[in-house]
Design a protein around this ligand. Structure first.
Ligand code: PLP
Length: 406
């Protein structure tokens, strides 16, 4: 049986066209882009092209794109770089409780150094209320950072409204768009962002390359100091082949976006509908309509995410679970707890994220294979038989599938 990859939110496979575009920069044009001779020039020109390709995808100017070593680095750069550059202006940062750890742990790092951080709550769908952003802004606020879409539950935030509020109040706005760039139309001017993070390996590009959009005129301190590369914003000899790969994946993503959105959302909807129908006591997590086109995230009651994941892996199906096994104790996902799920429910989380290479027959195979796995695991679970479906929290969300509009 062919393996099935349903974990595109974790990483995407490299597109063959991207590999082809990168290879010459390992084999022939391996020069240092800072060198003035022929070898350096070829590398420099390829980077210029990649910068234009990424800028075009975002509606940005090429000089507003800073290449980084990852999405995580872009997030660190945004938070640390802006707070350092604005030390004299203020020392308050606003973010949300459901951000990726690349943001949350960076905010905590800054808090230990005297910055004040506000972590906005979310509702049961994972949405941040733009009015809460407005109320949290003080004269000391230097940055608001709210992610475009959540990597676990797929909920899309109202970033245009949040950006407009920030603009009105003269506060910079950053969004972590690692899960959306290349998958949804996104224009930095339209959504009022000053800074935006992205990562190549989430859009069929290579790992270890990302970028930060920094709006022209925004002052930002570097995170990595050295020879002054990237206009002094990120030193170190550039990962030329990786950057070429990011550029090519951005170009291809722009070309294929409409098709890919329709393709992914069809598979996602069938997965969600099929799972809610075939697996009793299952609950959709995240917003029913304002969600990533490729994300089906659910909680399956009375069983552990890890057990589901391992049983599916045995069948050759790769998915993900929100809970992580840390030093023998299971820690529930901060995102699922933040949307109000109790620990035991949050532990039964399952994230299926589809991609361009998946087909409906794979979805159907999943829907055949998964319910018996749940039955088997529930039969082994000490709590399942004793519990009734009546105390299922949030059931009001679980059967709203008819209302889906995409
Ligand atoms: N932000 C979000 C929302 C993500 O999903 C991820 C990756 O999982 C990152 C940041 C980190 O990106 P990278 O893996 O390139 O460091």
């Amino acid at each position: 049986m062919e393996p099935i990859y349903f974990d595109h939110a974790a990483t995407t496979p490299l597109r063959p066209e991207v590999v082809e575009a990168m290879l010459p920069y390992y084999r022939e044009h391996w020069g240092n882009p800072s060198s003035l001779h022929w070898s350096g020039r070829a590398a420099r020109e390829s980077m210029d092209r990649a910068r234009e390709q990424v800028a075009a995808l975002l509606g940005a100017l090429p000089e507003e794109i800073v290449f980084t070593g990852s999405g995580t680095e872009a997030d660190n750069q945004a938070l640390i770089g802006i707070s350092v550059a604005n030390e004299k202006k203020g020392n308050h940062l606003i973010t949300s409780v459901i951000e990726h750890h690349a943001i949350l742990h960076t905010a905590q790092f800054l808090e230990k150094r005297g910055l004040r951080a506000t972590y906005l709550p979310v509702d049961s769908y994972g949405l941040v209320d733009p009015d809460a952003v407005r109320e949290a802004i003080t004269d000391e606020t230097v940055l608001v950072s709210v992610m475009h879409a959540n990597n676990e539950i797929g909920t899309m935030q109202p970033i245009r409204e949040i950006g407009a509020i920030c603009r009105e109040r003269g506060v910079l706005f950053h969004t972590d768009a690692v899960q959306t760039v290349g998958h949804l139309p996104l224009d930095v001017r339209e959504v009022n962002v000053d800074l935006l993070s992205l990562s190549a390996h989430k859009l069929y590009g290579p790992k270890g390359v990302g970028a930060l959009f920094v709006r022209k005129g925004v002052r930002i301190a570097p995170l990595i100091h050295g020879g002054g590369h990237e206009r002094g914003r990120r030193s170190s000899t550039e990962n030329v082949a990786g950057i070429v790969g990011l550029g090519e994946s951005a170009r291809l993503a722009g070309e294929d976006m409409e098709w890919e959105m329709a393709h992914n959302s069809q598979l996602r909807d069938r997965l969600i509908e099929g799972l809610l129908e075939r697996v009793p006591d299952s609950l959709l997590t995240g917003h029913p309509t304002q969600r990533l086109p490729n994300n089906a995230s659910l909680c399956i009651r009375y069983i552990e995410g890890e057990s589901m994941l391992l049983n599916l892996d045995f069948e050759g199906i790769a998915v993900s679970s929100g809970s992580a096994c840390t030093s023998g104790s299971l820690e529930a996902s901060h995102v699922l707890l933040a949307i109000g799920l109790p620990h035991d429910v949050a532990h039964g989380s399952l994230r299926i994220s589809v991609g361009r290479g998946n087909g409906m027959q794979e979805v159907d195979r999943f829907l055949d294979v998964f319910p018996p796995i749940v039955e088997k695991l529930r039969a082994m679970s000490p709590i399942s038989a004793a519990q009734s479906a009546a105390d299922w929290p949030g059931t009001e969300h679980s059967h709203e599938q008819e209302d889906h509009e995409h």
